[in-house]
Design a protein around this ligand. Sequence first.
Ligand SMILES: [Zn+2]
Length: 331
Amino acid sequence: MVTGESVWRAIVLYGANSATYKFAFGATLLELAATGRNHVTLEEAAPRYAELLCQALERQPRQGTAARSKFLDACRSFNVGDLDQETLHQRTVQLGFSNVVDAFPKLGGAQAPVRYYEDQRKHPTNPGLVLRDELLELAHSVHAADLDAETAARWRLVETAWASGVSGAVLGGPALDYDSGTQQLVLRTKQRRKSVTGVVAALNGYQDGRCAYCNDLMARDAGPVVEHVLPWKLTRHWDGPNVDAVWNLVLSCKPCNDAKRDRAPHEGWMPWLEQRNNDLIESRHPLREVLMAQTGGTAADRHATLKRAYQRATELLPAVWSPPAGPRTAS
Ligand SMILES: [Zn+2]
């Protein structure tokens, strides 16, 4: 179903990434819309937008795939004290929005089915962006905080991928493991362990807030629960791919998690997981390289890996659990 929320997720969380401007721009739009206003000038949007990018550059110097960006250079100068805040905001208005305002509403080269603002930068008397009702509704929905967290998670993952840690995972380099104590994805190299982002926020965008097993909306107070599809209990006698890794993690509601216990789901459900992993890989998700490293470089390899792992899991733990809605396919 096309909703304001699902399209936002498609744009911010699953579109192509060549720079992180869109995360900063999306977060700024949501914050401005949350104040109830329906028109903003670039001068009004600039401070928060620039602030988010300056913070990101402090965290990770690489924020785009282009060799140079005058706008990011201005943010860097501000960070080291070579540029004052007023000049930073002026540069942001001049340079920072040029691509992102046009590119943000596009999905795969076409206009996204939901529009969140109208570009009136050239309006003769009242230039700026007109924030449409679709955006105002989104900013006031109960999911606004989730979208914010998911944007932050995706941003961290993109940064991490660019900092080469995650994409290096292909050839026995660093691994991205799940730490159940903190519910974080942890980048592990020979030298160190570093938390990258929370698993819930990293996966929730794909599931649109719905349980992987029963497809119901996950209650906000009692979930979502990070779920090992092939049970964590297997690790004692396991020789397959690490079950504490993204390929085997989904989010479920509390009732499904309680009911499933230490069992694998019925094999009729497993195509959902295979499809989810393939979708993340095809959407150029930052977890793409990790998923390929964990389960295979081609769809056929991944199918075989998953099938082997499932067989082995059900040899060790034969009882399986049937999700309440029965087998279903990814929507
Ligand atoms: Zn459920």
